[in-house]
Design a protein around this ligand. Structure first.
Ligand code: ARG
Length: 409
């Protein structure tokens, strides 16, 4: 057993829900320290002001409640989408990208309030504990981290409920509360646990909260345009919008058309495989649209190089290393690549599908004269003969030397 450290003041990532309310009380009890709560609106779709009343009821004096939606979209979601980031070919990193922002605010508030510790409600089995803590250590090397789920003996639901009752913590069991472990924000909703723990079985339709089933989506396609400037979406249907508003609007359009569901088994950083379901309606549209605008504005080798580093960049974010030199290095490369990525993409949204109908840019590299071979001076067909011959030289040499070289006979 680790010896208990002296703590003066701890900043807790507080959702206002039952679990983190219990944590707030437990921290006061166990460490006999002051607790500062930090509650953020990251677009999870729940009002957050009630967290103040609950925190006050527990005798908490320093209460931070912040709307971080614009910062989240502008400084985290958008930079990530410039890289067409996707983890293991499927996961758009909706939870992973929110954690570094929460970690940053936790330590900033710790510094402001003279706290020496931070605390969070992530369990000891997942990625989120890693992301919060690596983020916090990167930005405040001497901070103490308290992770109650790894420390306390309130491991069963029953023990938690008893603790709540003993300490007069309000148990607001919402009727129809989802049986899944859910994490929601502006970018996605994720579902884990419960019936999802059997990867052979599909979840029931009523699990999904943010998208209609493609079966029930409208029979008519929704046509939209997205305007890009330097790799970021800035307008939808010609209407300029802030970053958070862009994501919100695309979430609505995608959700109505059954876009952005996925059901995957992913590899967690801590070593286990985990089955999760995700709804990322706006993000799924953004990924498709961004690739479309890049397809005419990016040089081939620039585009391919981005594609090569993308899985590494995704892994860095997934594993919680947003605040690291390697992420910043890759970000600089990605951002540099976006200088000419401006223009308009037209899309059709229809029953879970996104189809690109058109793309246009003042910076387009698409040259119809060359592509259609109309301009004889620009593209000399006879150049191709030598190009092909030299590119096949080593293959011809090998083939001549050893006639069975490629057939392995
Ligand atoms: N597996 C996802 C990740 O590591 C989501 C984790 C949080 N989701 C949840 N339902 N608690 O990013």
């Amino acid at each position: 057993m680790k010896e208990q450290q002296e703590i003066k003041k701890v900043v807790l990532a507080y959702s206002g829900g039952l679990d983190t309310s219990i944590i707030a009380k437990w921290l006061q009890d166990k460490y006999n320290c002051e607790v500062v709560t930090f509650t953020a609106d990251l677009g999870q779709g729940e009002e957050i002001e009630s967290a103040r009343i609950k925190a006050e009821a527990m005798g908490i004096k320093e209460i931070y409640i912040e709307d971080l939606r614009e910062e989240f979209a502008r400084d985290y979601i958008f930079p990530m989408f410039r890289a067409n980031t996707i983890y293991e070919g499927e996961y758009l990193l909706g939870t992973a990208i929110a954690r570094p922002l929460i970690a940053k605010r936790l330590v900033e508030i710790a510094k402001e309030t003279g706290a020496d510790a931070i605390s969070h409600g992530a369990t000891g089995k997942g990625n989120d504990q890693v992301r919060f803590e690596i983020g916090a250590y990167s930005l405040m090397p001497n901070v103490t981290v308290i992770a109650p789920w790894r420390e306390w003996d309130l491991m069963t639901r029953e023990k938690l409920m008893n603790y709540a009752k003993e300490h007069n913590i309000e148990i607001t069991s919402k009727p129809g509360k989802s049986p899944f472990s859910i994490d929601a924000n502006l970018l996605h909703t994720s579902y884990e646990g419960n019936e999802l723990e059997n990867p052979e079985v599909a979840p029931s339709e009523d699990m999904w909260e943010r998208t209609v089933s493609p079966h029930n989506a409208p029979d008519k396609a929704t046509i939209i345009t997205i305007t890009y400037e330097k790799g970021d979406p800035i307008a939808i249907n010609d209407e300029p919008m802030t970053p958070a508003k862009i994501v919100e609007t695309l979430n609505k359009l995608g959700g109505e058309n059954g876009i952005g569901r996925s059901d995957i088994v992913e590899n967690r950083f801590v070593g286990m495989k985990s089955r999760g379901c995700y709804e990322t309606p706006g993000g799924t549209i953004m990924l498709k649209a961004h690739r479309a605008i890049e397809s005419i504005t990016l040089d081939r080798e620039a585009a391919h190089l981005k594609d090569q580093i993308m899985p590494k960049y995704a892994e860095i974010i997934y594993n919680g290393f947003w605040w690291s030199p390697e992420r910043e290095m890759l970000q600089a490369l990605i951002d540099k690549s976006q200088e000419k990525v401006s223009g308009v993409v037209t899309l059709s949204l229809y029953k879970g599908n996104i189809t690109v109908l058109g793309r246009a840019s003042g910076n387009t590299l698409f040259d119809d004269a060359i592509a259609s071979f109309d301009d004889e001076h620009a593209y000399d067909h006879t150049d191709a003969e030598g190009f092909i011959k030299l590119n096949s030289l080593r293959l011809r040499i090998a083939g001549r030397k050893l006639s069975s070289y490629f057939t392995n006979e």
